[in-house]
Write a protein that binds this ligand. Structure first.
Ligand SMILES: *Cc1c(COP(=O)(O)O)cnc(C)c1O
Length: 368
C-alpha cells in the first residue's frame, strides 16, 4: 500500500495531528465502562451543558435546517457588535475560534515570513503557522507563562503575527493589563498580535487586561473569543474575532462562505444574552477550583495557579501510567506530554460530584 504522506505538501509533513480529549463513547467502547459512570474533565467544556436559551434557539432553528445559513452571520455579528459597542465590520465569526486562528495564519503568512508564540502556549498556533510554510518561533516561557518582554526581542522584519493566549491553555497562567499594554507599545504597528481569550469570561483577577479598550487604541490587536467554553456550545463550533475592519476584510476574502452553520449562529446569539447562565457557570467554576485545589493539596500534589476553568497539576513523575489508571476508573483528564510537559495533567473543573470522582480516583490510583 502506498503511503500518501509522501505526496503531502512540504509543510504538512512535519505537522503532528492535534490530540483532543478522549471522547466518552470511545472510553466506553474500549474499556466496557458504562457511559453514565464516565467523568470527562478533559476538554474544558462547561459542565452545566448549554444555556437553556441557546437550546431553545437551536430547537427553533432546526425547523429551517434545509436552508443555507446566512453567509454573513448578520444577526450574530450585529449582536456581538452591540455587545462590545463596535461596528459589525469589526466582527468576524468562525467555525470555532480554531477556524479564525487558522484563517489568520493563512491570510498573513507564507514561506519566508514568521510568527511568534510562547512555549507551552495552545498548540494550534504552532500547527496553523507550520501549515503555511512560514517559520514558527517558539519563545521560552517565564515559569509556565508567557514572557512578553522576551517575546518582543524575537520580532524581526519577517514577523507578521504574534499569538498570545490569555489565560493560557494548558497552563492556566495569565498576564496583566499593564504587561499587555507595555508589550503592545513595543510591537511595531505592522505586526498583528492575536490575543486568544477563550477563557476570559471565567477570569476573576482584577488586573486582567481590558483587551477591548486596548484594541480600540492599537489597531494591530486582534481579539479571538469562543462560544465553546463558558457558553457551553463546543459542539456547535462557533467563535469570533474583534479587529480593525481592514483585518476583518482580509479574513473575509478567504473564509468559506458558510463557515458558521445556522444552528451555531442562532445558539451563539441566544447564549450571549444569557447572563443568568453565565453567572451560574462562573460560580460553579470558582467553587470547583477551590474544591480541586484543596483536594490536590491534601494529596500533596502541586499545581499551577489557574485563571481559567481547568487546573494543571504537577504529578511529579511520568504522567502516562497515572492517566491510564484514571481511565480505568472512568475518569478522563488530559496528559500534557505533547506540550513537552511529561509530568503534568490538565483537569477541567467539573460539577462538585465530578470533581470528587476525580479526586477519589486520583487518590486510589496514586495508592495503587
Ligand atoms: C478551547 C480553546 C480554543 C478554542 O476552541 P474552539 O472550540 O475552536 O473555539 C481556542 N484557544 C484556546 C486557548 C482554547 O483553549
Amino acid at each position: 500500500m502506498h503511503d500518501f504522506l509522501e505526496q503531502a505538501a512540504e509543510p504538512v509533513r512535519s505537522i503532528e495531528p492535534y490530540q483532543p480529549g478522549k471522547p466518552v463513547d470511545e472510553l466506553a467502547r474500549e474499556w466496557g465502562i458504562r457511559r453514565e459512570n464516565i467523568v470527562k474533565l478533559a476538554s474544558n467544556e462547561n459542565p452545566l451543558g448549554p444555556s437553556p436559551m441557546a437550546l431553545q434557539a437551536l430547537t427553533e432553528t432546526l425547523k429551517h435546517i434545509a436552508r443555507y445559513p446566512d453567509g454573513d452571520s448578520f444577526l450574530l455579528k450585529q449582536a456581538l457588535a452591540d455587545h462590545y459597542q463596535m461596528f459589525p465590520q469589526q466582527v468576524t465569526v468562525g467555525n470555532g475560534s480554531n477556524d479564525l486562528l487558522v484563517l489568520m495564519a493563512e491570510a498573513f503568512l507564507s514561506p519566508g515570513f514568521s510568527a511568534i508564540f510562547s512555549q507551552y502556549a495552545f498548540m494550534v498556533y504552532k500547527s496553523a503557522v507550520a501549515a503555511t510554510g512560514a517559520r514558527g518561533i517558539e519563545v521560552p516561557a517565564a515559569g509556565w507563562g508567557h514572557d512578553l518582554e522576551i517575546m518582543t526581542t524575537f520580532i524581526c522584519p519577517q514577523t507578521r503575527l504574534i499569538f498570545l493566549a490569555n489565560p493560557n491553555n494548558p497552563t492556566g497562567t495569565y498576564f496583566s493589563h499593564d504587561d499587555l499594554k507595555r508589550f503592545m507599545e513595543k510591537v511595531p504597528e505592522t505586526v498583528i498580535v492575536i490575543l486568544d481569550e477563550a477563557y476570559v469570561e471565567y477570569v476573576e483577577e482584577a488586573d486582567f487586561p481590558n483587551s477591548i479598550a486596548l484594541m480600540k487604541r492599537f489597531s494591530n490587536l486582534v481579539i479571538v473569543r469562543t462560544f465553546s467554553k463558558i457558553f457551553g456550545l463546543a459542539g456547535c463550533r462557533v467563535g469570533y474575532c474583534l479587529s480593525d475592519s481592514s483585518i476583518a476584510r482580509v479574513i473575509n476574502r478567504i473564509r468559506q462562505s458558510f463557515n458558521v452553520n445556522s444552528l451555531a449562529q442562532s445558539a451563539a446569539k441566544a447564549a450571549l444574552k444569557d447572563e443568568t447562565f453565565l453567572t451560574k457557570s462562573r460560580n460553579i467554576n470558582q467553587a470547583g477550583k477551590i474544591q480541586l485545589a484543596n483536594g490536590l493539596e491534601r494529596l500533596g500534589k502541586s499545581f499551577i495557579p489557574s485563571a481559567g476553568n481547568f487546573i494543571c497539576m504537577n504529578v511529579g513523575f511520568d504522567v502516562m501510567p497515572l492517566y491510564q489508571k484514571l481511565l480505568r476508573r472512568g475518569v478522563i483528564v488530559r496528559p500534557l506530554v505533547n506540550y513537552c510537559m511529561p509530568h503534568h495533567l490538565r483537569i477541567s473543573i467539573g460539577l462538585p460530584d465530578e470533581n470528587s470522582r476525580f479526586l477519589s480516583a486520583l487518590e486510589a490510583s496514586l495508592n495503587e
